[in-house]
Design a binder for this molecule. Sequence first.
Ligand SMILES: NCc1[nH]cc(CCC(=O)O)c1CC(=O)O
Length: 395
Amino acid sequence: MSSATASDMPVPSQSAPQATTTLASTNFPPINIGTRRSTLAQIQAREVERALKNAYPDRTYNICPVLAQGDRDKVTPLLQLSQGENAKSLWTGELEAMLETGELDIIVHCLKDMPTQLPDNLEIGAILEREDPRDALIISPRLPKGTTLATLPSDATIGTSSIRRAAQLRKQYPEFQFADLRGNIGTRLGKLDAEDSQFSAIILAAAGLKRLGMEDRISQYLSSDNGGMLYAVGQGALAIEIRKNDEAMKQILTNIKCERTTWACSAERALLRALEGGCSVPIGVETSWRKLKTGLATGVEPAKEYGIDGKAIEEEDSLDNQELILKTLVVSVDGKDSVEYETARWIVSTEGAESLGKEAAKALLGKGADKILNKISKEKQWAAQKQLEQPVITT
Ligand SMILES: NCc1[nH]cc(CCC(=O)O)c1CC(=O)O
């Protein structure tokens, strides 16, 4: 964490004379933190508030929950709501407008939900330490405890509306059925648990469940070597959106950002940007850090794999002697075609991480990911066309 603080900025009280800090802090207006209204979104906003309070205990903070258009309108089909001019504003339009006018100072987002292109005058000011990025299998209460993908009944119906999740599962478990499942996490769990539920299991991000204190519902953590599932770009990380010209806020955020997560997620987002995939294309990633081999002279230190769950990383281990491993996958919707690529590099900057992501994108395209992505994009256009021709269902 950087401790550089501009002289005209409020400084963390631990490192400043008490009187000065108190005097100075009274001159600073509260920091207004924008968030969506869901329980999880508000928990995430509090997580950011906690980090800020820890660095700047004398400042005041307001959490401002804002109802998004996407939360308000549950009737218009999602695909239709997200067409054309509304494309990026569905979930964040109101919040971003308030950030631009100065009503808000920052917006807390799940990085996973952020487009790779933001409005011109806004940017990501910081990415915080990642919560567990893995996907998780949640089973119906009617199934035996500890059921995994491998032990689910062969006629199981899995609930998910993520084509990334469904496509990866179809690839390995062609016998399963898949059904759409929308709503916030509570709604989805409710549909799984309902007496007459059609679902045997559902897939959710472990991060959301952990933040909600519902980790105990997780029956299996999925990863490249457990269930063969790679996660979504940015999954598990919180990002703070700010005005590009807000230098004061940028300075404040240097004290709460996580370099390790920023670099891993920068590689992931550069990959996504290069593949022009929105949030709904079946691109999976997995990033981890590994100690560099120190060479034969010192006797070979065995390369150490770090847990992909960020918690397994030993804090004191400096990034100076670790390389970032990036595993990537593009899979067709039916799971029948897929391309994988893995690469690793010693990273010293965000730019370096981005170039690793771009390299992976190029390699994937060279291995045939272009054909898979083109097919998906054609099918999407076709589906959008069809849906727009139909009247909006209002039941
Ligand atoms: N698009 C839904 C979404 N966006 C962020 C999360 C929570 C996980 C995270 O913070 O990345 C979820 C729920 C889920 O995927 O299960």
